[in-house]
Design a protein around this ligand. Structure first.
Ligand code: GLY
Ligand code: MN
Ligand code: MN
Length: 463
C-alpha cells in the first residue's frame, strides 16, 4: 500500500468535487469458478483500491458528503473461516491502513443506504460490472440491473476519472516496476522460442515470471503465431519455421498496477525479407507516434500520425494505393490496422474501462463509429502524468480481406491482388508504455529490443 496519507488525501480531493449525498463504493467479492469454494483468482475493484487500499473480498464503503464521514463495511473472519484461510488482519486494521477509523458489519450497509434513499438523499455509485454487485445495487437501490449503468453517477465517474488519469510519482514508480517485470517476461520469451515448441510453453514461462515477481498477470497472455487475431488467447499451436510470434503480456504488481507490452519476432532466429519489411513499417509508425507524444497534443492526432505512417509503408509495399490522406480519412487503412494506437493503463490494463471510455479517453465527447477509429480508446489532449500504451500494428486478417474484397470496398486504396499474397502472414504489433512528462514523454521500464537488429540480436543469443 501507499502511505495512509495518500488515501486520506485522495478521498478529500474527491469529496471536495461533489456537493451532497452519499458516495457508495462496492468492492469485489470472490467469484466461483465451478463451485462456490473453488474461486477465480481474486481481483479487487480498482477504484476501491485507489480510495481505500483494501485488497480483500466482501467490502463496501460509504462516504457521507454532508456529515464528512467515511465508513467501511466488512466482517471479520469467524473461527470457522480462520480454519481455512489462516489469520488475516482485522477489518479495523485494514481500514486504518487507508486512514478510515469507522467500520461496521457488512450487513449494516443496507440500513445506511436504504435510510438515505428513504430520506430523499442522493446516493451516487459507479457503473457496476460484476453480477454480484449488480444484485447488491438492485437490493440496495431498487434499480434494475439493466438500468444501473445509465443511473450511475456521471458526476462521480468524472471526478474519479479525472483523479485517476493523472498518475502520482508513487504510482509511476509502481507502474515502472510492473513494466520492468513485463520486460523480463518478453526477454525470456524472445530467448526461448524455437520451432517445435508449443505456444503454451511460452505462455507458461511468462506467467511464471509475473507470479514469481510477487504479483500476477495484468491480463490474459497473448502468445501466438496468429498475431492477426487481436486478442488471441489460444495457446495450442506448435511453432513452425517461418512463423511470426506475437507476445502481448504484462505483469501486475502486488499493488495491482499493470504493464502492457507487445513484442513480435520470428520463430526462426532471423526475420524473412517480407517479415523485415512489414516490421519496419510498424516500427516507423511506432517511433513516429512516441515522438509526437507531449502535453497538449491530442492522442487522436497521434493515432492519425501512426495510421498515416502505416499507410505510407503499405503503399511502398504495394498493399495500398491512391491518395493516402483520403484513404486514412475514410478508414481504408483499417483493413490492416483495425484498432487504436493506444489506451491509458494503471490499476487496470485498460484503465477505468468500467467507468466508460468516453469519459476516460474522450472527456465526454462522442466516439467515432468508423470501423477502426471506433476502437480508439484514447483521443483527448495529453497531460503530464498520463500513462498509456503506444501500440500500432499491421494485421492480415484473411476473413476481413475476403469480406471487403467481395463487397468491393475501398478498391481505390487497397490492392487486393497484393494483399492475397500476404494472407497467412499473421500480424505485427510493437507496444510500449509511455509517460507524459512536462516537456515530452518517456518510455517506461528498462531497455528491451525494438529494432530489427536488436530483436535478431536477442534471438541469436539462444543458439
Ligand atoms: N494487452 C491488451 C492490449 O494491448 O490492449
Ligand atoms: Mn497489450
Ligand atoms: Mn495495450
Amino acid at each position: 500500500m501507499f502511505s495512509v496519507q495518500t488515501y486520506i488525501d485522495r478521498r478529500a480531493r474527491l469529496q471536495a468535487q461533489l456537493s451532497s449525498g452519499l458516495l457508495l463504493f462496492l468492492g469485489n467479492d470472490e467469484s466461483p469458478m465451478n463451485y462456490a469454494a473453488n474461486t477465480f483468482h481474486f481481483r479487487q475493484d480498482s477504484t476501491f483500491l485507489y480510495f481505500f487500499g483494501v485488497d480483500q473480498p466482501g467490502w463496501a464503503a460509504v462516504i457521507d458528503l454532508d456529515e464528512g464521514r467515511t465508513v467501511l463495511f466488512a466482517d471479520d473472519l469467524t473461527i470457522d473461516d480462520i480454519v481455512w484461510t489462516g489469520v488475516l488482519p482485522t477489518v479495523a486494521e485494514l481500514a486504518a491502513n487507508g486512514g478510515v477509523t469507522e467500520t461496521r458489519l457488512a450487513a449494516g450497509l443496507d440500513a445506511v443506504v436504504k435510510g438515505a434513499v428513504a430520506r430523499g438523499r442522493t446516493v451516487r455509485y459507479l457503473p457496476p460490472y460484476r453480477p454480484e454487485n449488480r444484485l447488491k445495487l438492485f437490493s440496495l437501490l431498487g434499480i434494475h440491473p439493466d438500468r444501473q449503468g445509465d443511473a450511475a453517477s456521471v458526476d462521480l465517474v468524472r471526478a474519479v476519472v479525472e483523479m485517476r488519469v493523472i498518475k502520482s510519482a508513487d504510482e509511476i514508480a509502481e507502474i515502472e516496476t510492473a513494466v520492468n517485470t513485463s520486460v523480463d517476461m518478453h526477454l525470456a520469451a524472445m530467448r526461448m522460442v524455437r520451432p517445435g515448441m508449443m505456444e503454451s510453453e511460452v505462455a507458461a514461462r511468462v506467467t511464471e515470471i509475473a507470479i514469481a515477481a510477487g504479483g500476477h498477470l495484468a491480463f490474459p497472455v497473448i502468445a501466438t503465431v496468429h498475431g492477426e487475431t487481436l486478442h488471441n488467447h489460444f495457446h495450442g499451436n506448435t511453432l513452425k519455421p517461418g512463423d511470426m510470434f506475437l507476445l502481448d503480456a504484462g505483469a501486475e504488481t502486488a499493488m495491482h498496477y499493470a504493464g502492457d507490452l507487445t513484442s513480435t519476432f520470428p520463430v526462426d532466429p532471423t526475420f524473412t525479407p517480407r517479415q523485415k519489411e512489414v516490421y519496419q513499417v510498424v516500427l516507423g509508425a511506432h517511433l513516429a507516434a512516441v515522438g509526437a507524444c507531449r502535453p497538449g497534443v491530442r492522442f487522436r492526432d497521434v493515432h492519425g500520425l501512426a495510421c498515416r505512417r502505416l499507410a505510407e509503408g503499405l503503399k511502398d509495399l504495394g498493399l495500398m494505393k491512391g491518395n493516402l490522406d483520403d484513404a486514412v480519412e475514410q478508414g481504408a487503412h483499417a483493413m490492416f490496422f483495425q484498432c487504436g494506437t493506444g489506451h491509458m493503463f494503471g490499476l487496470d490494463v485498460h484503465d477505468m474501462e468500467d467507468l466508460g471510455e468516453v469519459w476516460v479517453g474522450y472527456e465526454g465527447q462522442p466516439k467515432s463509429t468508423q470501423f477502426g477509429l471506433k476502437s480508439l480508446r484514447l483521443a483527448r489532449p495529453l497531460r503530464p502524468g498520463f500513462v498509456f500504451t503506444v501500440e500500432p500494428g499491421l494485421y492480415f486478417i484473411p476473413e476481413l480481406a475476403r469480406r471487403w474484397k467481395a463487397e468491393g470496398k475501398f478498391t481505390d486504396y487497397i490492392d487486393y491482388g497484393t494483399l492475397e499474397t500476404y494472407l497467412g502472414f499473421g500480424g505485427i504489433r510493437i507496444e510500449e508504455n509511455v509517460l507524459v512528462t512536462p516537456d515530452g514523454c518517456r518510455i517506461l521500464g528498462k531497455w528491451r529490443p525494438r529494432t530489427l537488429e536488436e530483436v535478431e540480436g536477442v534471438r541469436l543469443e539462444q543458439r
